[in-house]
Structures are given as C-alpha cells and as structure tokens.
Design a protein around this ligand. Structure first.
Ligand code: ADP
Length: 632
C-alpha cells in the first residue's frame, strides 16, 4: 500500500477543523521544508495509519525519550490533538528492543484512569511505530519544578494526591511502574496530573518470583532494588518519597558527588531533612523512605497522613503555578474575583460526592447514629480521634482547671443544643430560608503552629488571636496597635504594641508573626464580613480541637465553629438576642444563617445535617476524653 499520497493543502493550525476523510482517501504530498530541522528530512508531516487510512498531521516536538521522539499530532478527521511517540524501526531493530516497546504497549493500552496518561491507539508504517497518547499540554512536573525551583506544601499535596490515585489504580491492576519520577508525571491543560511512561513498568510477581534486576535505570532506586531483592509495590512507594522530597526542596534526597556514595546513602536510607519542612512533611517523607519496604505506608494510609489532613489541599491549581508560586490569598473586597478563584481552586463535584459518601458511611456506622435515631443518649466510644488540642488556662497554675469548668460548660451547652436539634429535626430536601445575621463573628483564617507556638486565627472583624501552647491567649485588635492578654478567662491585661511589657515581648512578636502570615498567605474562608471592633475583642478562643476531618473551636461567648478541611465548609453556632443561630458556609464559601428554632421545625438537607452530626460527635468525643460529663 502506498503510504504517502499527494496533498493539496497543508494544515497550518492543529486546531483547525478538517472535513472527515474517507479511509485511505486523503491526498498527501510530501513536504520537507517545514520541518525546521526537528525531524529527519524523510519523515512526512502527514502520517497515515495504513490499517485504517486515518491521516494525522505531525506538529511540534514535545520531547525526546530513550527510543522515541514525542510530537504533537492531530487527527485530521476529528482535529483531536494527541501526544505521539514516534519510534523509528531502526532504533528498535534488536529483538529485545522491540520486545521492550511491545511490552510497554501491551501494559499501557488496557489502562483507563483519570490520573494515568490515556493510551489511544498505536500503529506502524514502514519507517516508524506510532503511539498516540493523551496530550498533556503543560508537559511534566519536571518542567514545572525547573521553572519554580521548589513547590509549596499545598501544591505538593495537590499533585501527590493525584499521583497516589493513579498509582493505586496501577497497583490494583498488579502493575508496578518502577520509574516514578517528576518527568513521568504529565500535566494536562486543566492542571490535572497524569502518570505516564510505562517503559520500565512490569506485572507484579509474587515476592519469590520477582526478577532481581531491571533493564533500564529507574531514577529513584530503592534499597531493595539496589540489593537485587526485586521491585515490589513498596519500591514505588519509596520513589514517591523521593518525588515528594524533590518537589519540596528542589533536589533529590540522595544526591552526592559520586555514585558509590549515593548508593551507600540509599542502602542506609540516609538523607537530610531540613528544618524548613513542616513536621508533617518530615514525618511523611521519613515513612515513605523507610529502609525496610514493609515499614513504608500503604497508598491509602498516605492520603490519611497528617500532612494531608492537617493542611490545605487545593481542589484545583491555576495554570500560573507552572511558573510562579500560587497565592492562596484574595483580598476580601474583590468579591467576584474571590468567588471565581474559590470556584477554580476548590470546585470539583466528583470529590464532593466522594466526601459525602465517606461522611455518610462514617455516620451510618457511627454508634451515635443509632443512638440518635432511637432517641437514646449517645455513647462515646472512640469514633473520632481527636488529634491536637489547646485550651485557655490549660497550663495555668490555678488548681481548678478551666477545661473542667468554663470551657466544659460552654461545650456542654452547645452539645445539648445540637443534640436537641438533631433528635427532633425532620428531614428536608431543601435548605430553609435564611435569616439576617447581624455582625456574626467567626474565624475566617487559622494556622496551627502548635508544634512550636500555638494556634492562631483571624476573626471576621480582623482581630487576630493566638492561643499559646502555655495556655495563655493574646488578641491583636484590628488597629494592629492594641493587645489584650488573657492568662485565664475574664482576667485581661491591655497594652499597646509600642509599649509591650518586657516579659510579653516574645509572645507579641509571635502574635504579630501570625497576623502577618495570615494576611499574606491565607484566603478568607467565607463571604461574611463583620465590623471591626476597635475597643474590645468580643470573642476569644477557649479551646480548639482537631480530628482527621475537621477543626472545632469554642469561644468565650459560647460561639462554636467547625471547619471541614476537605471541602472547606463550616458550621458556626452562636447566640444572638437570646436565640441560637446556625450559620452554614458552603463549598463556594457562601453563607446562610438560620434560627435554630426554624431548622427544628422545617428541617434541613442531608449535607448540613451530616455536618451537624459530625460536630456533635466531636463534642461528645471531647467530653469523653476530658471527663467533664462524668465529673459535672
Ligand atoms: P522517556 O520514555 O525517555 O521518558 P518519552 O518518550 O515518554 O520519554 O517522552 C519524551 C518526552 O516527550 C517527555 O519528556 C515529554 O516532554 C514528552 N511527552 C511524552 N508524553 C507526553 C504527553 N502525553 N503529553 C505531552 N508531552 C509528552
């Protein structure tokens, strides 16, 4: 069959629509002059699949691999753009080379997953083998890291989550990738990550049967591969550790001036963990880079690690992240931009659905669920693991701990209010009509720096508070000049930032640091603003608690707020004019406020109800742990 025919018109734009061609009917004329020296002179711009007659237009070079050169390639009948690996037969003339390509094709063509580069089609003509892959216009993480040098922790969470998802699928198909590296994580136009390049991939064999060597050089060799004990799923997990390290620090963990030394470091799992990394990142890296394969975490456990649950995981990343660090902060007056950015960063129906599924699964299996349904007092077995906590006065010299008195009674009141509502509230599909909520104060930003100093937050009236690890609290008023200090509830000292008592200098510095950090780096968590109070903080934090899914905060005036990490929704319960009001801030950061009495009569949809139930469970767990219910 004649492969190259005459062409009367050359396509100039790969996005242009072409009339569908009949198989084998396109007229092509060989055109050599437009190759710009990228391709061998004999390779045509128009390529025809001899089996189907489909014609493709070869575009720009995307990159160069071991055997292949990768080109942008457009299907002329549909205008769909692919990334085409073109491998000259001359490059794979030896049987083992050809076998390698065939194996890659066999493994890759059956894979279908959102985070795996899609394999569309392959064919060959007398000169080349062609593999048509999903086109990833933003190239790879290696390219992104080259431009950026290092990535921020939220970005690393964003990419790692997708890598783990793709890898989990691969391992479920009993395929090992064996060459996980930044250059094999491709990025699509919409900034979605796709694991690609199955050149070194292999079927998972039982431990005894594994081949002890890999033909080819994986980038991130694990100790067991170096020791010729074979490559298992855990060796891919090791590579993930190297990838995470490299993204955060801009250099691989085992880089020395000579290969022998590098291998020694790998065998001993010896590498430096700079203090610039967060404690959670350090912990996760060290578990991924455990010397013994069995000590490394399973993929599911990675996503449940504190590195993910205690930090911000963007749902989307803007394309600007390819060349500059993202700013997760948007000034509050720019509301339309705010909403757009919020939608772009945190939208995503699929994950929402997943979240609801997990949440409802949790609630359905929770002993409280049955208890609530039966109207019985809920039991508090360890349904929620409370991870960290901080309380005002918790380390004070006072013999009567505030935890057991004031904080306890605030929490107890909220518990009974929430429980009463949940036990009696009917089911409803629609969200009831909201009411006006004047000057609600709530936490718009927070930072957990309790591994060092304490927990910082910013209120909607721009007052910044820090509950220090030593159990004291400081508020910086919106004027940024006045500090209110509480060592215990109700006992307040006030001073100016220009005249700080000597023994408070350190704490005030930290307070200002928190304020600055949140101003510069964090985005407001919702659309509700309140008037700055220049005289007195109405609200200060008594206690905060974290589970793996949510952060709960209790305030001196009885305000109670729960932030759900995953979809950024929030519940705020407060009293206004002797009435309990519940504010719900949804995924789009839009708030609605209800009188609790109207929720009680009209009911609320399942998503809000589930969040209220989860919040109640957190309170119950807190009570079980602190023992205030028993003692009081
Ligand atoms: P190797 O197997 O040696 O890593 P590949 O043939 O897989 O090389 O890829 C070579 C280069 O082509 C990559 O580094 C990348 O720049 C580009 N490339 C490969 N696949 C794609 C794709 N699906 N989308 C966009 N570019 C790609």
């Amino acid at each position: 069959m004649e492969l190259l025919r005459n062409i009367s018109q050359q396509p100039t734009n790969s996005n242009r629509m072409y009339e569908p061609n009949q198989p084998g009917s396109c007229e092509l004329r060989r055109k050599r002059t437009e190759d710009h020296g990228h391709a061998p002179a004999e390779m045509s711009k128009i390529i025809t699949d001899p089996a189907t007659g489909k014609c493709y237009c070869r575009g720009k070079v995307l990159g160069k691999g071991g055997f292949a050169k990768c080109y942008e390639m457009t299907d002329l009948s549909t205008s769909k753009v692919y990334a085409a690996k073109i491998i000259p037969h001359t490059r794979v003339s030896k049987p083992h080379q050809r076998e390698k390509i065939d194996r890659e094709i066999e493994l890759h063509r059956v894979l279908h997953h959102k985070h795996i580069v899609h394999f569309y089609h392959h064919f060959e003509d007398k000169d080349n083998i062609y593999i048509l892959l999903e086109y990833c216009s933003r190239r790879s993480l290696a390219h992104i890291l080259k431009a950026r040098k290092v990535l921020t922790e939220p970005e690393v969470r964003y990419y790692l989550r997708q890598i783990v998802s793709g890898l989990k699928y691969l391992h479920e198909q009993e395929i090992l990738h064996r060459d996980l590296k930044l250059g094999n994580f491709f990025v699509s136009e919409s900034m979605e990550l796709k694991v690609g390049d199955f050149g070194l991939a292999a079927k998972l064999e039982p431990a005894g049967n594994r081949r002890k060597t890999i033909c080819g050089t994986p980038n991130y060799l694990s100790p067991e591969v170096l020791n010729k004990q074979g490559h298992g799923c855990e060796s891919d997990v090791w590579a993930l550790g190297c990838v995470m390290y490299t993204m955060l620090l801009g250099r691989p963990p085992f880089e020395t001036t000579n290969l022998k030394e590098t291998y020694r470091c790998i065998r001993e799992a010896r590498y430096a963990l700079p203090s610039s990394l967060s404690p959670q990142a350090k912990q996760l890296i060290s578990s991924l880079l455990a010397k013994t394969p069995e000590d490394r975490p399973h993929l599911d456990h990675i996503l449940r690690h504190d590195f993910f649950s205690q930090g911000f995981v963007p749902e989307r990343l803007p394309a600007s992240c390819c060349h500059s660090a993202p700013e997760f902060h948007v000034s509050s007056p720019a509301k339309s931009f705010f909403k757009k950015a919020a939608a772009a960063l945190f939208g995503g129906k699929r994950d929402k659905v997943k979240y609801y599924e997990t949440l409802s699964e949790y609630i359905n299996h929770s002993p409280h669920k049955t208890a609530l349904a039966n109207g019985l007092p809920p039991t508090t077995r360890d349904t929620i693991r409370l991870i960290v906590r901080g309380s005002l006065g918790s380390c004070s010299s006072s013999s009567e701990c505030l935890e057991d008195s004031t904080t306890g009674s605030v929490a107890e009141t909220i518990t009974s209010v929430l429980r009463g509502c949940l036990e009696n509230m009917p089911k409803a599909d629609d969200i009831p009509n909201g009411t006006e909520c004047s000057n609600l104060q709530w936490v718009t930003k927070w930072v957990d720096y309790s591994n060092k100093y304490g927990f910082g937050y910013q209120l909607s009236d721009h007052i910044v508070g820090v509950l220090f690890n030593n159990g004291t609290h400081m508020s910086l008023l919106a004027d940024k000049k006045t500090v209110h200090y509480y060592a215990e509830l109700g006992q307040c000292s006030v001073f100016s930032t220009s005249d700080v008592p000597e023994h408070f200098v350190g704490q005030v510095t930290v307070l200002k640091y928190f304020a600055h950090y949140m101003e510069e780096n964090l985005m407001d968590g919702g659309d509700l603003v309140s008037q700055p109070d220049t005289h007195m903080p109405r609200l200060y934090l008594l206690q905060w608690l974290k589970s793996d899914r949510a952060l709960m905060m209790l305030f001196n005036d009885g305000t109670f707020q729960v932030n759900f990490y995953h979809d950024h929704t929030k519940i705020i319960l407060c009293t206004q004019r002797e009435e309990y009001m519940l504010t719900y801030i949804n995924e789009e950061r839009v708030s609605s406020t209800f009188r609790l009495s109207s929720l009680l009569t009209s009911g609320c949809p399942a998503d809000l109800r589930q969040r209220m139930e989860y919040s109640l469970n957190m309170l119950l767990q807190r009570a079980a742990e602190s023992g205030w219910r028993d003692s009081g």
